[in-house]
Design a protein around this ligand. Structure first.
Ligand code: ZN
Length: 276
């Protein structure tokens, strides 16, 4: 069994997202912690957050996988962007404590010409500054396609960040099927070998969640263009091999496919039909 859900709008608040997820047949979901292309965050209503926590328990939801805004780049070359991003990360981790025990995923960043070796310690430093001993949230680094100067384009780069993070039990990875494929890992032809390599380099105990996306592009294209499930180069078989993989059971899978509600509902039903 896996938990399956999709990305939902947070405009109606926490409990509304939980109910929306149920309507779509989901038992987990993702949401942006703040405006994904800007950075402003809405005030949290603690009662609404509590209502979601209770709702999730009642409906047997899996872990949520919150998503940081795309504008966050804690290894930016420009000092003001870097500072702004570090503050967002810090605030977001605090905000996640209103829905304790879930996951917070972010793109490690883009080094914009500085080189990954410069960026990796910066990312780890931002995490060490933002994370705290008592936090209930697990922070996840996303596997990236390696578009432009993205950091986290292979398992080694993610491992290098994790190695520098002090609170090791609060850091992990979100495995994006489209990005990992675009990044050069043969998710379709040999998912066993990909997971074996993940285990050797990072350790499968660090794989907490997955983004389930098909890809518009071939393996190793470093493009990052998500496609609807079964309609891209991962195809039905590729996706099926991932969701049914014995090593990935029990984890939350989040769809970030180009869909509206109806499309997500259909994809969730399709995925569930492949699980049996
Ligand atoms: Zn993703």
């Amino acid at each position: 069994m896996i938990n399956i859900g999709c990305h939902l709008s947070s405009s109606g608040g926490f409990l509304a997202m939980g109910k929306h997820a149920t309507e779509l047949g989901a038992d987990t979901f993702a949401f942006f912690t703040r405006n994904p292309r800007g950075g402003s965050a809405k005030e949290i209503d603690p009662e609404d957050a509590k209502a979601l926590v209770e709702y999730m328990e009642k409906e047997h939801f899996g872990k949520l996988v919150a998503h940081a805004p795309y504008t966050m780049n804690v290894c930016a070359a420009k000092p003001d962007i870097k500072e702004f991003s570090r503050n967002m990360l810090k605030e977001d981790i605090l905000r996640m404590e209103y829905v304790p025990g879930n996951y917070y995923n972010f793109h490690p960043g883009s080094h914009v010409g500085q080189g990954a070796e410069e960026a990796i310690p910066m990312i780890a430093d931002a995490l060490n500054d933002a994370m705290f001993e008592e936090q209930k949230t697990i922070v996840l680094l996303e596997t990236m396609a390696g578009k432009g100067s993205e950091v986290g384009r292979n398992f080694e780069e993610l491992k290098a960040i994790i190695d520098r993070v002090e609170l090791k039990d609060k850091i992990g990875v979100c495995f994006d099927t489209c990005h990992t494929w675009d990044g050069g890992y043969d998710v379709v032809g040999n998912i066993d070998a990909v997971l074996d390599e993940f285990d050797k380099v990072i350790g499968l105990d660090k794989l907490y969640a997955l983004h389930l996306n098909d890809s518009k592009n071939p393996m190793d294209s470093h493009k990052d263009r998500h496609e609807k499930i079964g309609e891209g180069l991962l195809g039905e078989e590729g996706i099926r091999n991932v969701i049914t993989h014995p090593l990935l059971q029990g984890k939350p899978f989040i769809l970030e496919t180009p869909n509206e509600d109806d499309g997500y509902k259909a994809e969730i039903a399709l995925i569930r039909s492949w699980m049996v």
